[in-house]
Design a binder for this molecule. Structure first.
Ligand SMILES: C[S@@+](CC[C@H](N)C(=O)[O-])C[C@H]1O[C@@H](n2cnc3c(N)ncnc32)[C@H](O)[C@@H]1O
Length: 245
């Protein structure tokens, strides 16, 4: 089982720390995009967390299920209105199976990169394909690897510089690895929290989809279907399972 980097301390402040991602201007287009793909079918969120997307999607009338490694994150989801109605399996989304067949599976907010090896990321696509009904879709929202911002010979890049939060990404280019270091001042004390990721390229994700029997249907720079270009910092990609198994 992968290491859980979303324990009690992280879960307790997750919604506040990610407040930008809870803004209606972020949630509404995301939910709109996902609800359209789910149609009358059920949806499965990998890394459902505290329900940032799952709860508003369920309020749209979609049957939402989830998988998450962190009991602490899932406890926050359950404590929210509507949280008890969402079936969540606690486990690794690369390997955990849940009952049912889904019109939609989705993995947002860079969470595919929480799987720190290529084998685990490939396994995730295979696990998703096994849960999708024919014609079902898998959606990933993830950054484009930020290597163009890393000068030759450098291994670290700051992503947060505020009086109470310093954040640095440390790259291991040879191994496609990345560790995000957060130095935060909490109640007057300095805390360090470091999380490992495996950054992954769009074309590599397409190959993972193909290995799992799915093909790319759409790729956008955001949830409002902005065109994906050389300048895009992230992408929202949709792969489809064929109509016939
Ligand atoms: C960045 S949070 C995103 C939560 C939620 N999807 C959102 O958009 O707010 C990542 C979530 O994925 C979960 N997670 C990370 N790696 C996982 C894994 N291998 N299997 C299951 N859950 C995982 C974490 O516990 C955490 O809840």
């Amino acid at each position: 089982m992968p290491e859980n980097h979303f324990g009690e301390a992280v879960a307790a402040s997750y919604d506040d720390d990610s407040a930008d991602m809870f803004q209606p201007s972020v949630i509404e287009p995301t939910v709109e995009f996902l609800a359209e793909l789910a149609g009358d079918g059920a949806a499965l969120e990998l890394g459902i967390g505290t329900g940032r997307i799952a709860l508003p999607l369920a309020r749209r009338g979609i049957e939402v299920h989830g998988i998450d490694l962190s009991e602490a994150m899932v406890a926050r989801l359950r404590a929210k209105p509507g949280g008890e109605q969402i079936n969540v399996a606690v486990g690794d989304f690369a390997t955990t199976t849940v009952p049912g067949r889904f019109a939609l599976a989705y993995l947002v907010f860079n969470t595919i990169e929480n799987l720190t090896s290529q084998d685990e990321q490939v396994a995730c696509f295979q696990n998703v394909a096994a849960h999708l009904e024919p014609g079902g879709c898998f959606v990933i929202e993830v950054e484009v690897p930020q290597l163009q911002r890393l000068p030759p010979g450098e291994t670290a890049r700051a992503f947060a510089l505020t009086p109470t939060h310093l954040g640095f990404d440390e790259f291991d280019v040879a191994n496609q690895g990345l560790v995000s270091h957060h130095y935060s001042v909490v109640d007057g004390e300095l805390r360090l929290h470091s999380v490992p990721f495996r950054y992954v390229w769009p074309a590599e994700l397409d190959l993972m989809a193909r290995l799992a029997g799915m093909t790319l249907r759409e790729r956008w720079a955001g949830w409002r279907r902005e065109p994906f270009t050389d300048e895009s910092a992230k992408h929202v990609s949709v792969w489809e399972k064929p109509e016939r198994d």
